[in-house]
Design a binder for this molecule. Structure first.
Ligand code: COA
Length: 258
């Protein structure tokens, strides 16, 4: 299993554990995370949730081999797809979510943070949204949430160019709550989650719902629109060239596509 889960002192920890592939997320891993989040929603033993990777890397994002070999073929397929289930659970979680990011957080590794409540990053963390570079488009409602958070021009730089940015910049644009020394990150995030777990759960739930409530419908609409475009682009020759180039360890050549 490439996702570790444990519940201790009111905190569910979900940890990426596929270091040999840079914690790239497969369909099976999305399913495990979706199932863990769904179970946590009704488990009184869980009062806060931590999502973390390893010291070396948070996650390299979606597994590119899955994209290449197992793209969702229809809208019905997509609705049941583990990634969609995961995005639904994380974006509708009533319990507080704490993320701890060390090393690279690529693609969905960055967009999932837009659905977390407290986001802590190690000094050396690097964020990137290389959807356009892969011939794709943003997901997880990031095309709505990132411009809203960072302002259009700052979000456009991140989403159009897809270049990595630092923990300090991520904090400046509002994506990261606090930058923490690398050696302290995972303990610090757990301690913050334990603080949340000790607070009145109903007050936390209501406060989170009041902060997010009005935006939920718009977020869902945007996620569905992104999903439709994403599925179409996944089948495009540009995306196939980008994925193949990654595995052939060469630069993609988009010059023959208009
Ligand atoms: N999907 C599938 N496999 C991946 C992967 C991904 N997203 N990211 C890394 N891997 C695999 C590599 O293919 C390689 O496998 P191998 O050892 O069998 O050749 C292994 O993980 C190590 O990756 P490597 O690229 O050599 O590590 P690195 O330290 O040089 O770079 C990253 C780390 C994260 C910067 C780089 O792997 C990367 O850019 N990955 C792709 C990120 C991406 O585009 N994600 C999709 C976003 S939508």
């Amino acid at each position: 299993m490439s996702i570790l889960t444990r519940i201790e002192q009111g905190v569910l920890t979900i940890e990426f554990d596929r270091l040999d592939k840079k914690n790239a997320i497969t369909a099976a891993m999305y399913q495990q995370m979706a199932d863990a989040l769904r179970a946590a929603a009704t488990d009184d033993a869980v009062r806060a949730i931590v999502i973390r990777g390893k010291d070396e890397i948070f996650t390299a994002g979606n597994d590119l081999e899955d994209f290449l070999k197992r793209p969702p073929s229809s809208e019905e397929d997509a609705a049941k797809a583990p990634v969609f289930q995961f995005l639904h659970e994380i974006s509708h979680a009533a319990k507080p979510l704490v993320a701890a990011v060390s090393g690279p957080a690529v693609g969905i590794g960055t967009t999932l943070l837009l659905h977390c409540d407290l986001v802590y990053a190690a000094e050396g963390a690097r964020f990137s949204l290389p959807f356009v570079q892969l011939g794709l488009c943003p997901e997880a409602a990031s095309s709505l949430l990132l411009p809203r958070l960072a302002g259009y021009q700052r979000a456009a730089e991140k989403l159009l160019l897809g270049e990595p940015f630092s923990a300090q910049e991520a904090q400046q644009i509002g994506l990261v709550t606090r930058v923490v020394a690398g050696a302290e990150l995972h303990d610090f995030a757990l301690a913050q989650a334990r603080k949340l777990a000790a607070l009145p759960a109903s007050s936390l739930r209501e406060t989170k719902r009041l902060m997010k409530g009005a935006d939920t419908a718009q977020m869902e609409t945007q996620m569905a629109q992104e999903g439709a475009v994403f599925r179409r682009l996944l089948q495009s020759p540009e995306a196939k060239e980008a994925f193949t180039a990654f595995f052939e360890k060469r630069k993609p050549d988009f010059s023959r596509f208009n």
